[in-house]
Design a protein around this ligand. Structure first.
Ligand SMILES: [Zn+2]
Length: 387
């Protein structure tokens, strides 16, 4: 079991123990405030349990549920929240329609509740420390909530202490605790419904994801970036333009982006990245020439000249052209590879040839670099340019 899950489980156990002790105190004291406080701990059980169950259930996959069962956690939380409201309503109704009951065993209840604060404080400290170590927002939220619990117990103790002198003190403190319970229940309900409706993650989380993606120098544009909660997890979708035109390289960059995002933001389950190469304005062509007059050479490595030209995509007008002497003409070995390397270095998109390479070095080099090789039967450079 990983560390975060274990801490979440400890939190469940502490809340279950608190619910039992407070429930027992409510029975022996007859105090409505203590009863609401027991209800409060029960809602905290629901809160801490939902994250833990969510992590377990979400891993289940089947052909009927290929996207996982992440939202089971949210459905369970909605049902729990409605259940919390129902109990809160019952306790509130009982508190405000019935006569003030005599509260008994006041001393014992106050001492026991006072003692309960000790494990709560210790556990809160432990959980806060762990949450920071694990960089876990949900654990940190849980750890912060213990402050509310201490205040809540304090309110109940005050109510109990005042009840012999002021009979309605117990009911007033019960009302305060019920307000706390309703607030917690409302937050659970709100967050769950947001997840069920695929609401976006909060602005801070989204910004930190965006900053991570934008931090890659290969990313030239973020066209769209969305992230949603599902259960305790976050799913990210990014639509980006990459400066690299090579498919393999682009794939590698996408993988690194995914890893970096998962490292920057906890609880990210999946990052799907749709990428396109940067939008180009020109297409660059190359062809081997037999002479300066523009006859296309049937040879590749041993062609005396190489022509390069750029065609503007918007109107098919040729904007640059250049014919160079083949600098490797006198090289003994590997002329083809050397010329191919030169063409790749010049960032050519399409190279025209007369005879296919059929498994020779240049073919692999071009395919690796993402250069398109096109076979042509045309004889003149001018015909190629008009194509
Ligand atoms: Zn609480």
């Amino acid at each position: 079991m990983d560390n975060g899950k274990r801490v979440a489980l400890y939190s469940v156990a502490v809340n279950v123990a608190l619910t039992i002790v407070k429930g027992w105190l409510a029975l022996i004291s007859g105090s409505t405030a203590v009863l609401s406080e027991a209800l409060h701990s029960l809602t905290d059980v629901v809160g801490s349990l939902s994250v833990w169950i969510g992590i377990k259930i979400s891993r289940v996959r089947s052909p009927q549920f290929p996207w996982g069962l992440y939202k089971v956690e949210n459905i369970a939380a909605v049902i729990s929240a409605l259940f919390i409201f129902l109990i809160a309503y019952e306790v509130a109704k009982d508190a405000f329609t019935s006569e003030a009951k005599e509260v008994v065993n006041i001393g014992r209840s106050i001492v026991t509740l006072g003692f309960l604060m000790v494990p709560v404080l210790l556990f809160a400290q432990y959980e806060r420390k762990k949450a920071k170590e694990l960089n876990s927002p949900s654990l940190l939220a849980d750890a912060r909530h213990w402050v509310t619990d201490i205040i809540s117990i304090g309110v109940v103790i005050c109510g109990l202490a005042a009840s012999p002198y002021f009979p309605f003190a117990d009911k007033i403190s019960a009302l305060i605790v019920i307000i706390i319970v309703l607030k917690v229940g409302f937050e659970i309900l709100r967050d769950s419904i947001k997840s069920l409706l695929d609401a976006s993650v909060d602005k801070e989380t989204l910004k930190s994801i965006r900053d991570t993606v934008a931090g890659f120098e290969e990313v030239s544009e973020i066209r769209a970036l969305n992230a949603r909660n599902s259960g305790s997890f976050i799913f990210v979708h990014a639509d980006i333009r990459l400066s690299s035109t090579r498919l393999k390289e682009a794939h590698k960059v996408a993988d690194s982006i995914e890893e970096a995002v998962k490292e920057a933001v906890p609880f990210i389950e999946r990052v799907s990245i749709h990428y396109e190469p940067i939008k180009k304005e020109l297409t660059r062509y190359a062809a081997p020439l037999a002479n300066k007059e523009g006859n296309i050479s049937p040879h590749f490595g041993s062609a005396p000249f190489v022509a390069f030209w750029d065609k503007r995509l918007s109107d098919d007008v040729i904007v640059n052209e250049e014919i160079i002497e083949n600098p490797f003409l006198k090289t003994e070995k590997g002329k083809g590879i050397k010329v191919a390397e030169l063409i790749v270095d010049k960032k050519v998109d399409i190279v025209y040839i007369k005879e296919s390479f059929s498994g020779k070095g240049p073919e692999y080099l071009f395919s690796d670099a993402g250069v398109e090789v096109s076979k042509t039967d045309l004889k003149k450079l001018s015909q190629l340019k008009e194509k």
